[in-house]
Ligand binder design. Structure first.
Ligand SMILES: NC(=O)c1ccc[n+]([C@@H]2O[C@H](COP(=O)([O-])OP(=O)(O)OC[C@H]3O[C@@H](n4cnc5c(N)ncnc54)[C@H](O)[C@@H]3O)[C@@H](O)[C@H]2O)c1
Ligand SMILES: O=c1ccn([C@@H]2O[C@H](COP(=O)(O)OP(=O)(O)O[C@H]3OC[C@@H](O)[C@H](O)[C@H]3O)[C@@H](O)[C@H]2O)c(=O)[nH]1
Length: 386
């Protein structure tokens, strides 16, 4: 850890980071790396701590004293301002961010992603503290290309689908498609943060993650989350594979996504944390444009990789189609394609993702198998016995 320098060769001084949502998927990976590779201190705020328990106990851990857990619901806790004041930097990850909630719990989604984030922005601005706020690639909504005729050659032109921070429009569906409640709330908080920067000098960085995936993402229904819960696609498909049942393709699985390994993405956040002069005032796409697949291709690849890492015979029928209405309910809609423009993050931080989709699925599904296979087997045999 000695002699750590930033991208401009200046020494990096130890800092205190107030991390809100530290107990979630991204937060747990950030905390892990901050503890093992830096001298920084983390004030970890969340309502849950299961995913960072291994960093908090036992007290003999080498970073003991550098991470403190504060079980706080930021909706209604006066301790939040004190923690932000104690820190040099606040990283806000807290949000409802599973698509199954956007159309079924739109009020909770809007409150979580906009209203609950407001005091965090305000406390940072009023106290002259730096803020790294987690937004989403969903703020881009649909691509311009999605509105062109199916056979238009312009659909092949990157100008119609590559998503860039300073040029692409934000294209959402109608209000009755409540799917967009999340994207719209995230867009408004981005605009508010940007305005606080412009009018009141808030030092901010906005992160737009493009489908970060890896170990500890969401939950496996009925094992470490509600049996009726619907997590994001990695956990849905992992659950299907663990139960040896076909993977469900929503509306044929034609939508496209670029997936990035959580460990690559965390490197980018590290560069932002430790290079404020290069990161402040910027919005960054963080994704892997080389890992594009349709959801159907993702399902097929996951089935292949899972069979390799578990030694189980592949499913005869690996996928089954399901309508979005049946799977998510009324008001669902989808982003068609998400390719991040990497120009700004390359220029400011010199960062590039490294891990291929196959490799990241291999390590992630090895983790899923080791962590859950036995518990799923037991839960399934209990259900059969009853
Ligand atoms: N994972 C991705 O690919 C991805 C993509 C786009 C955007 N994001 C954004 O990144 C952030 C983190 O995402 P994640 O994947 O780690 O999700 P996550 O659900 O695993 O983590 C969010 C954490 O915030 C906590 N939280 C929510 N409301 C809270 C409250 N009121 N008080 C205290 N804690 C609260 C939750 O308990 C959870 O631990 C979110 O803002 C999300 O919108 C993630
Ligand atoms: O079992 C499933 C689950 C999901 N899907 C599909 O897989 C695609 C990806 O679904 P995800 O659940 O990962 O969610 P999305 O990529 O649509 O959005 C996510 O991306 C960015 C973040 O802001 C959020 O974490 C989330 O909104 C969608 O097209 C969805 O319809 C399936 O076909 N089957």
């Amino acid at each position: 850890m000695a002699g750590r320098v930033d991208l401009d060769g200046n020494p990096i001084n130890p800092m205190t980071i107030c991390m809100i949502g530290a107990g979630g998927f991204i937060g747990s990976h950030l905390c892990e790396k901050l503890m093992s590779e830096t001298p920084h201190t983390v004030l970890a705020v969340d309502v849950y701590s299961d995913k960072i328990k291994h960093l908090l106990e036992p007290t003999s851990l080498p970073w003991n004293g550098r991470i403190q857990f504060h079980r706080i619901n930021i909706k209604n806790d006066s301790r939040l301002e004190g923690l932000i004041k104690m820190a040099d930097l606040t990283v806000n990850l807290a949000a409802i961010c599973t698509p199954a909630d956007y159309n079924t719990r739109p009020l909770d989604t809007i409150y979580s992603n906009f209203i609950d984030a407001l005091p965090v922005v305000k406390y940072c601005s009023e106290n002259g503290k730096r803020l790294i706020h987690f937004s989403t690639c969903e703020v881009y909504g649909k691509t311009i290309g999605a509105f062109l005729p199916e056979d238009s050659p312009l659909r092949q032109d990157p100008a119609y689908f590559v998503l860039s921070e300073d040029a692409s429009p934000c294209i959402f569906g109608p209000i009755e498609k409540q799917r967009w409640s999340y994207a719209c709330a995230k867009q408004l908080i981005e605009r508010l943060i940007y305005a606080e920067g412009a009018e009141n000098g808030l030092e901010f960085t906005i992160v737009r993650p493009f489908n970060w995936i890896g170990p500890r993402m969401d939950f496996i229904p009925g094992i470490d989350g509600p049996s009726e819960g619907v997590p994001r696609v990695l956990a849905c498909f992992s659950n299907n594979l663990l139960r040896h049942e076909p993977l469900k393709l929503v509306d044929g699985g034609h939508s496209q996504r670029t997936f990035i390994y959580i460990k690559d993405a965390i490197e980018a956040v590290f560069l932002m944390i430790e290079n404020p002069a290069r990161a402040n005032g910027h919005i960054f796409n963080v994704g892997n444009p080389n890992n594009e697949v349709t959801v159907k291709q993702l399902a097929e690849m996951m089935a292949q990789v899972y069979s390799k890492v578990s030694g189980e015979t592949p499913l005869e029928t690996p996928t089954v189609d399901v309508s979005s209405k049946e799977f998510y309910g009324e008001g669902y809609d989808d982003s068609d394609k998400r390719i991040p423009d990497m120009t700004i993050i390359n220029r400011q931080l010199g960062w590039n993702p490294k891990t291929s989709l196959w490799d990241l699925l291999e390590s992630t599904l090895t983790y899923q198998h080791r962590t859950y296979a036995e518990a799923v087997k037991q839960a399934m045999s209990k259900t059969t016995a009853n």
